[in-house]
Design a protein around this ligand. Structure first.
Ligand code: SAM
Length: 409
């Protein structure tokens, strides 16, 4: 069976969970009857071929360790490897943030700030395991926060299935912005992964707004909601005052000790879904811009909060959005922030990145980085439909390398 629609142009990405299995074991068991493809393009070509012409094949990815590209059309969710957590179905680009963060023993504890459903939490656990196979001393803990209680239950299930429970402390219903960076239990947190809610414009099968004409977007949205006209859907009423703008986030940053977190809400909750939980309806470019401004303000506030953890030296920031507003613009505002300058946070330059990320060819948009080539090269992007078989994604790493520690903090 060949995959239908846009998905047919993509391979099925499979992350082998090193807590439960290995690439070698999976190639000999789950994928024993799959041919070994010579290239990713072979996998993609076979994915889109129908009938008897399709050939099941698998390719070992050259950028992310432990990742396989498999032809579409196999019910992997019914395999023993999937149900027992040996393999995790995760897009290649979604593996970039954890791989780029590269947490090691000397980095201490790790925070996954926006964790559900848990793809990156379980990837973090697998990487810690790779560096210290028995989670040996000094033991590291992953603190995984998830604001939404229902999604936190999915996270708990995924962490359990993946065999990552021993190393993960889940904060169900916990808003990361309410977490006190100075609390004693976070004093050894050296690395944070920040993968906040975003517009999702990079997701395969979802309308990608910058390239899309608004009438088409409206038609698609109305088809989903069963409407025939292009009227604006009623948005949920806000609970706690206005949605934050990037300006608000900067204001908060200028006085971090007095920052009020309670008024910083996830705008995607209100703006991405209508009352029935259907996709967003955007009626004008102004609406779209307002939505992106709200999202980027929220994303920046989370990122600046991550910068506050006293022992933190590494942060990754990621979205599955293709909009510069949610990506390079957030990076630039973060770098220009008071907290970044005081604590010495800077971009993780391309030449400092782990091999696979250094070699990944698609980088940030220089124009959106004010022409700063170092920052643009440090940013990692992907675009759906460009022949690389991945979703639209963005990730940037930040580091703090000085000896200052907390002298002035
Ligand atoms: N990292 C996850 C993964 O790879 O499986 C995906 C994260 S998803 C893009 C963003 C998640 O952040 C959502 O589950 C959302 O409920 C949660 N979230 C949003 N705002 C949050 C906050 N302030 N604190 C904690 N979690 C939050």
């Amino acid at each position: 069976r060949a995959a239908a629609g846009e998905e047919a142009e993509y391979p099925r990405w499979v992350r082998v969970n090193s807590l439960r299995s290995s690439v070698e074991e999976q190639l000999e068991t789950t994928f024993a009857r799959f041919g070994r493809a010579a290239s990713l393009q072979d996998v993609m070509a076979n994915s889109s071929r129908g009938g008897g012409e399709a050939r099941k094949c698998v390719y070992v990815d050259e950028h992310v360790p432990g990742l396989l590209a498999v032809t579409q059309g196999t019910e992997l969710t019914k395999t023993e490897a999937y149900t027992s957590g040996k393999i995790i179905l995760q897009d290649k680009a979604s593996c970039f943030p954890t791989y780029l963060l590269d947490p090691r023993c000397e980095d201490g504890d790790v925070i996954d700030a926006c964790a559900a459903p848990g793809n990156k939490t379980t990837h973090l656990a697998a990487i810690l395991h790779t560096h210290a196979p028995e989670f040996a001393s000094p033991a590291q803990t992953i603190f995984a926060f998830e604001k939404d209680a229902a999604r936190a239950r999915t996270l708990e299930k995924m962490v359990k299935t993946a065999g990552a429970r021993g190393v993960t402390r889940i904060g169900p219903g916990q808003d990361f912005l309410q977490v006190d960076p100075r609390a004693d239990k976070y004093k050894d947190v050296g690395a944070l992964l920040l993968d906040p809610s975003c517009s999702g414009s990079g997701i395969v099968g979802r309308d990608s707004m910058p390239e899309l004409h608004l009438p088409e977007l409206l038609d698609a949205a109305n088809r989903k909601t069963g409407q025939t006209t292009t009227t604006k859907k009623k948005k949920k009423k806000k609970k706690n005052g206005p949605t934050p703008s990037t300006e608000d986030a900067q204001k908060h940053d200028s006085n971090p000790r007095k920052r009020k977190h309670a008024d910083v809400e996830d705008p995607s909750d209100k703006i991405l879904r209508d009352d029935e939980g259907n996709e967003t309806v955007v009626t004008s470019e102004k609406d779209l811009q307002a939505r992106l401004d709200a999202l980027s303000g929220f994303q920046l506030a989370l990122l600046l909060h991550a910068f506050e953890f006293p022992a933190a030296r590494k942060v990754t920031y990621s979205t599955c959005s293709v909009h510069a507003e949610e990506n390079e613009s957030v990076v630039m505002l973060a770098l220009a922030s008071d907290i970044a300058r005081r604590r010495g946070w800077r971009i993780l330059r391309r030449e400092e990145q782990v091999t696979g990320m250094r070699e990944w060819p698609v980088r940030g948009v220089a124009a959106a980085c004010g022409g700063d080539e170092d920052v643009a090269e440090g940013c990692i992007r992907s675009y759906k439909g460009d022949g690389r078989g991945v979703m639209g994604f963005f990730v940037a790493g930040f580091v703090r390398t000085g000896d200052d520690d907390d002298a002035d903090y």
